[in-house]
Design a protein around this ligand. Sequence first.
Ligand code: ASP
Ligand code: MG
Length: 430
Amino acid sequence: MRVFKFGGASVNSAEAVRNMAHIVQMHLTEEPLVVVVSAMGKTTNLLEKLVPGGGPATENRQELRQQLEDYHLGIANTLIPNDEKLVGKVRSLLCRLDETIAALQPQAEHYNYNYDQVVSYGELVSTTIIAHYLNHLGTRTLWADARQLIRTDRHYREGRVDWQATQEALERQKAAFRQGADSRSSCQVVLTQGFIGGTDDGNTTTLGREGSDYSAAILAYCLRAESITIWKDVPGFLNADPKYFPDTVKINQIPYDEAIELAYYGASVIHPKTVKPIQNRGIPLYIRSFITPESDGSVIGNYHTISPETPLYIIRNNQMLLSIYPRDYSFIAEDNLQVIFGLLNELGIRVNLMQNSALSFSICVDNNPQLVERLIDRLKSMFLVRYNEHLQLITIRYYTQAVIDRIVSGRSILLEQRSRLTEQLVVPAR
Ligand code: ASP
Ligand code: MG
């Protein structure tokens, strides 16, 4: 089996869905194709505003809810004009969303649970429309409920996969996948939702924002798929973000470990959790463009080096550098570090870069004002904390001195770290 994944941008309009359906149809074989789809366009952002328990109530709820309906019905009606059955399906899902929201407890402590119950509707609606459309085109498509396939614990908003239960659920479904919905004719496409999963007691969970890539990887792993293809709006894995670098180079082949490193440093082309499961089974992951689907793209697989070999640039914006000094003039040693790391772990703050000297410990973190404020507050009794804001963390893999000089060119460097393959610089944002 092969797994395809289409993100929100690839299904954000009727035209985009037509294009996506065309790509799917070009790749049908004897075996069903497993297709994982995100919510359409920016639907997840909109749904986030409807989640009860998340700070001040959004006043324009009514309006947002209407937008949600108009947007999806607009796409449905453009794809298949006057299809009452499809309109009915979309409407009834949105009614269920209303009922779900009404039944949730509005206290902040329920927020994470509420979030998953509400936001998951983006994927449920998108896949309902697309499955119906594919069937309308004559592509025999089975709509599969990811909440019954991808089983997670009850860690809402960041569900942790129960691999055993997921594997078993998929084993049970495999025959149904082959047979299709009515068992008279085998199905060609199994269409399911990215991003969402379910607990053993029947609640919906999500895997974290942008988690649909990870969903595709989980399915590929458990189904022992022969490959996975992520369809994106870029021609493949580029050596830099074209927003910041005019001359990007497409990397054709990337070793698994390299892809994991790059995602860790902040390369946004795939979700960081995606690669590990498929590496464990040696499944190649293709990144291809839904805009130019005939071109080759990139592949992450069992390679020794990237090809072509060229420097890779990753920029993390909105960074903050915290320098932490013990108030009692002690050295920065294991006891101090233990306190600092304990707090970072407790608050869920990820360290993007760290460095220590005898007297201070510096960390570069995403500038999330609430979290950082809480961290500083907690550190205050033992440490003096200084910080700089409006910074960028630039990572260069396979650097050369000339490349570093060009990137730095006159900017002041607040922190620099160099290893054999990787140069990292914290500099003021431009
Ligand atoms: N729809 C979800 C999000 O926007 C998941 C995804 O697109 O990967 O985060
Ligand atoms: Mg997305």
